[in-house]
Design a protein around this ligand. Structure first.
Ligand code: AMP
Length: 616
């Protein structure tokens, strides 16, 4: 008998989840489903994301609700739009073979009329983010008086995001005797308090030890000087040719600058942060899911609810301000039974924070060494060899060239050919990495003191003399060309184009130079300018180093609400990399806008490494 049937799940649901590849219940499903199926308990589950908790509460809901009736019977509250859509999608998949199941997703940043229409048509399960849910309740567009079950998913995240009051108001519209099921990755005192407030004698389930991170995740840290951080980060990436990672930064600015530098240096990367509209976020996420991006550079707020399996590495480019957030960050890897590595790149003063995180996690970090140049070369070389070994050969296309190729190689034996082909890449790596410095902080300890507090400026662009570099929160995905942008700036500020210097048009933002005398005029000019429903924001690029933390992002739904649809280029094919060397050749790479750039990267990949074009 199917193990899910043993837990009490009926056949049509079992068939649907079998198609999704669920053969055996995950530990949380095994323990939670029988309890929740009884329908008579409040419930608290301490579980990480990626453990299968959606099905743990979703399957019992499908068993418990009456789908002959078309009024709201279950409400699932979750912190983000992504998670909301994910849960809705999962519920629909589980219910694929059932009749008359209506699940509606209610979230901010999208057209409310569509959601109201769906609710009006009749719904049994509402999956919602708190801000928009409350909005709909206030419009008296939904009646929760017969709700039997409320699920609070990722409760700690909802509280972190400041949704406490909204949750209170929403729950006050549901019946006293409903059952409340709460899931949370961590159990800070605030979550304890809401558990106490809303529940009577809940059944508590802790997967693993309390606050213990996912057992499939290994935690490593590297100690480097702040000025070497970016170079060290790239070396770690180069040492992991197959990396598919999320890189966490503390500020929006940091995410933008790192993404910008990585793109310049030939990596497939993009930034995800709270300044993006939903459409922009969706686009970036689609490219990441499709693997058009290999590295997603994100803030904590933006990365909440991201549910992508197969993430190989989480990299803490900056440690989070709140150590609890580390658990959420690292939980983006090691999902669905896979293994993952969570890396922190820190300066020597931050080692105490690692000890604190170890206490929160109940798990030890391994102190790792930034690999030396030779190790990176070797790793890249064998990744290439492996790739060549496994490459799919297009017999039909290549056939016509084989005679000429064979003719060319006729005086070389197999070993000689292999050596030459390998040297083609290896020489390049060797040359690039031959003078690569030791980036471990320990290698510099005796030297002139750690400047760790200065921040890493190695990826900042130079500014022309007499000009100031400004930042604007619009870019090529907003359908600007460089010329459009020049016009946009001139029109709004009444400054002549001659006083505008370089314009670096990026995907979701732009850096541009203006003569020093006109900086105020630009800031004044854009003071209350809207572009397609979005306020235009201008900042001094120099100031942005310590930019605003997203940590206390408040109600994201509201801050991102009301944006109109803006179309930009859509994602495309993922250019497989064979390592640093190959990034220079071949088919270019994708920029923020998703349009293909054919020019080659001229980025200086690492401090002393030299311009990569010169190494050809
Ligand atoms: P969740 O924690 O609900 O976000 O689930 C994490 C991932 O695990 C999702 O991609 C699910 O589709 C998958 N998953 C959940 N339960 C199972 C299961 N019993 N067997 C295989 N995969 C599962």
């Amino acid at each position: 008998m199917n193990p899910f049937s043993n837990l009490g799940i009926r056949h049509d649901i079992v068939n649907a989840i079998t198609e999704l590849g669920f053969e055996n219940p995950t530990p949380i499903q095994e323990q939670a489903i029988p309890v929740l199926l009884s329908g008579s308990n409040d419930f608290v589950g301490l579980a990480q994301t990626g453990t299968g908790k959606t099905a743990a509460f979703g399957l019992p809901l499908l068993e418990l609700l009456d789908f002959e009736e078309n009024y709201p019977q279950a409400l699932i509250l979750c912190p983000t739009r992504e998670l909301c859509l994910q849960i809705t999608n999962d519920m629909n998949n589980y219910a694929k073979n059932m009749k008359n199941v209506n699940v509606v997703a209610v979230y901010g940043g999208a057209n409310i009329s569509d959601q109201l229409r769906q609710i009006k048509r009749g719904v049994q399960i509402v999956v919602a983010t708190p801000g928009r849910m409350l909005d709909i309740i206030n419009r008296k567009a939904i009646n929760f008086s017969q709700v039997g079950f409320v699920v609070l998913d990722e409760a700690d995240e909802m509280l972190n995001m400041g949704f406490q009051e909204d949750i209170d108001s929403i729950l006050s519209t549901t019946p006293e005797d409903k059952k409340t099921w709460l899931f949370s990755a961590t159990m800070p005192s605030e979550v304890r308090r809401i558990a106490k407030k809303y529940m009577t004698d809940p059944f508590e389930l802790t997967m693993g030890t309390k606050n213990t991170g996912n057992v499939n995740i290994e935690h490593e840290y590297y100690v480097v000087r702040a000025r070497d951080k970016y170079a060290a980060f790239k070396r770690i990436v180069d040492f992991n040719p197959e990396i598919f990672g999320i890189v966490f930064c503390r500020t929006k600015i940091e995410t933008q600058e790192i993404a910008e530098s990585l793109i310049k240096d030939g990596y497939n990367a993009d930034a995800l942060h709270g300044d993006l509209s939903q459409q922009q976020r969706d686009k970036v996420m689609k490219r990441y899911r499709d693997r058009s991006l290999q590295l997603l550079i994100a803030t904590d707020v933006a990365a909440r609810g991201i549910d992508v399996n197969d993430v190989t590495h989480v990299i803490n480019y900056s440690l989070p301000d709140e150590l609890e957030s580390y658990t959420h960050r690292s939980g983006r890897t090691g999902r669905a039974g896979k293994t993952g590595i969570s890396i922190a790149i820190i300066n020597s003063k931050e080692q105490g924070k690692i000890r604190q995180i170890e206490r929160v996690l109940g798990k030890q970090f391994t102190k790792a060494e930034i690999p030396n140049g030779f190790d990176v070369c070797e790793k890249q070389l064998f990744a290439l060899v492996h790739k060549v070994h496994n490459v799919e050969v297009n017999q039909e296309q290549i056939e016509q060239y084989i005679p000429r190729i064979m003719e060319e190689f006729k005086d070389l034996d197999k070993e000689e050919i292999v050596k030459r082909f390998a040297s083609l890449e290896f020489n390049r790596f060797l040359e690039y990495y031959s003078k690569a410095p030791d980036l471990n902080a320990s290698a510099h300890e005796e030297r002139s003191g750690d400047r760790s507090d200065r921040g890493d400026r190695s990826f900042k662009s130079s500014v022309s003399a007499g000009y100031t570099r400004l930042f604007m929160n619009l870019g090529s995905v907003d359908d600007f060309t460089r010329g459009d942008m020049l016009g946009f700036i001139c029109n709004n500020t009444k400054i002549s184009g001659k006083s505008i210097g370089k314009i670096d048009l990026k995907g979701v933002f732009t850096f541009f130079e203006v003569e020093n005398a006109f900086v105020d005029q630009v800031q004044q000019g854009f003071k209350s300018v809207d572009y397609q429903g979005r306020s235009v924001r201008i900042e001094l690029a120099g100031d942005r180093e310590g930019g605003s933390s997203e940590r206390s992002g408040g109600n994201r739904e509201r801050s991102s609400g009301g944006y109109k649809s803006r179309e930009g280029g859509s994602g495309g094919g993922y250019r497989a990399r064979t390592g640093g060397g190959s990034r220079e050749g071949g088919g270019g790479f994708r920029d923020f806008s998703g349009k293909r750039r054919e020019e080659r990267s001229s980025g200086n990949r690492e401090g002393g490494g030299g311009d990569r074009r010169r190494r050809n």
